[in-house]
Ligand binder design. Structure first.
Ligand SMILES: [Zn+2]
Ligand SMILES: [Zn+2]
Length: 152
């Protein structure tokens, strides 16, 4: 005969397996004081699968505090992943700066292009001026020719 795993219970559990066995600590709990919260008949009515996962109240409590701990770890992990995202932003920064440099380059090129368009249009104006000058000259020559012909 072994003692019930409940420290506050002084009952003995029979060796013939007529008790509840915790799958966590292997402790045996008696039915007579409902140390595992079950009576002999209610224990008999639950499935073998449930029995094979059953844990004593002490182990359950321990398990819950462990799962709380793992929840806290999960929180810590997700917080860390947010921090990682901030690091990713830092990694993206050089690319943004590169892009900025490209934009500056394109803007400069555009200014250059505008400058050469202005130059061409300047030259065009000069050509127009020159053409007008030539036209004036031709007109002057024509007048002289007409004068010469008339004076003959
Ligand atoms: Zn246990
Ligand atoms: Zn007991």
């Amino acid at each position: 005969m072994a003692l019930c795993a409940n420290k506050n219970c002084n009952s003995k559990v029979p060796d013939n397996g007529d008790c509840m066995t915790c799958q966590g600590c292997g402790g045996k709990l008696c039915f007579e004081n409902k140390c595992g919260k079950y009576t002999k008949s209610s224990w008999a009515s639950i499935s073998g699968a449930k029995k094979s996962k059953w844990r004593c109240p002490e182990c359950k409590e321990k398990n819950e505090s462990e799962s709380n701990q793992s929840k806290r770890q999960e929180e810590r992990r997700s917080r860390r992943s947010i921090e990682n995202k901030q690091i990713t932003n830092k990694e993206v920064m050089p690319e943004i700066l590169e892009l900025k440099a490209i934009i500056t380059y394109v803007t400069t090129k555009q200014t250059d292009l505008q400058y050469s368009v202005d130059m061409v249009s300047d030259q065009y104006d000069k050509i127009l001026e020159k053409q007008k000058e030539l036209q004036d000259k031709i007109q002057g020559l024509e007048e002289q020719v007409i004068f010469l012909v008339a004076s003959k």
